[in-house]
Design a binder for this molecule. Structure first.
Ligand SMILES: Cc1cc2nc3c(=O)[nH]c(=O)nc-3n(C[C@H](O)[C@H](O)[C@H](O)COP(=O)(O)OP(=O)(O)OC[C@H]3O[C@@H](n4cnc5c(N)ncnc54)[C@H](O)[C@@H]3O)c2cc1C
Length: 283
């Protein structure tokens, strides 16, 4: 299909981009990996595309105040391959490496993925386990929100009209913390039927921190706090029992790819695998 006619703007700075985005008919173009197919299917019909590729500063990765600050236009491939990210936030690098195929990873961006809020996207599991923050900019200023407050529901975020994701903040992983992201993918697209991210820190043989994020299972990603509580304070000897609660109280998706029951089963299996690997890496 062919997209509806649209105007195209490629601003050269953030102020110009924000001015263009104040128009309700304007929409941000990042990697175009989700937006362009939606336009071709006429599920989206923006009057103007505001391409962020020439806006300086949105593609930087820097270390500041114990965190990595990652610009919205950083691509999946850059996250997967940048030594700083691999060393300081390996969970994010692992999630990025799991996305789609090499073409998608070369074009798609972190900011585009979180703004799109696809319930089967990979990043939300890791970003929730990392307790990431999202910095938003508009003509009236900047604000930073927790990822849990940003991802509201299926394709729904806390972005207000005219607002832009400019940066994602993640903690620099402390030594002794092990991480792992495991997903069962839909073979044609690579999207997650279920994806589980685990972050586990161990001190003197006991789990001192467990953060578990889940994507794909339901309409919104979530943190499995019940599983976290079952793990913290233990030696991690009974992973199967902790992982068994991963889908408790969750309204699981059912579609042509997997029934709700099968997704719940996958969630338990992949939670167990992610926790086991994170624990083994937490040395
Ligand atoms: C074949 C294929 C396979 C894929 N497989 C996977 C997969 O396995 N896992 C996975 O997680 N994803 C997958 N994706 C999606 C991919 O990760 C996209 O890159 C991502 O969803 C959107 O990022 P983008 O930069 O391309 O954004 P775009 O498509 O340019 O934009 C997406 C939406 O976000 C808005 N937007 C973009 N950037 C910003 C910003 N900075 N601030 C505010 N709004 C913004 C746009 O206006 C649009 O509404 C796949 C895509 C394709 C085409």
């Amino acid at each position: 299909m062919i997209a509806q006619n649209f105007a195209y703007a490629a601003p050269s700075n953030l102020a110009e981009a924000l001015k263009l985005l104040a128009d309700p008919g304007a929409k941000v173009l990042a990697g175009g990996m989700s937006l362009i197919p939606m336009m071709k299917l006429r599920l989206a019909a923006p009057e103007t595309l505001v391409d962020l590729r020439r806006v300086p500063g949105l593609n930087s990765i820097r270390e500041e105040g114990g965190r990595l600050r990652i610009g919205a236009m950083v691509t999946h491939y850059e996250l997967e391959s940048t030594p700083l990210v691999r060393a300081k936030c390996p969970l994010l690098a692992e999630a990025a490496a799991n996305i789609g195929d090499v073409q998608v990873r070369n074009m798609g961006t972190l900011g585009g993925s979180v703004a799109h809020a696809d319930p089967a996207a990979d990043y939300p599991a890791s970003l929730r386990a990392l307790e990431a923050t999202v910095t938003l900019a508009s003509a009236s200023g900047e604000r930073t929100v927790a990822i849990a407050d940003f991802l509201i529901d299926t394709f729904t975020t806390a972005l207000e009209p005219g607002e832009l994701v400019v940066e994602i903040g993640v903690p620099i992983e402390a030594s002794g913390t092990g991480v792992s992201y495991k997903k069962c993918l839909q073979p044609a697209s690579g999207f997650a039927l279920v994806g589980v991210a685990a972050r586990i820190a161990k001190t003197a043989g006991k789990i001192t921190l467990a953060r578990i994020g889940v994507t794909g299972l339901s309409g919104n990603s979530y943190r499995a706090t019940g599983v976290e509580r079952k793990l913290e304070g233990t030696t991690g000897a009974d992973i199967a029992s902790a992982a068994g609660g991963i889908a408790d109280g969750i309204d699981a998706n059912s579609d042509i790819h997997a029934s709700a029951d099968y997704r719940r089963h996958l969630a338990r299996v992949y939670a167990s695998r992610a926790i086991t690997e994170a624990l083994a890496r937490a040395q």
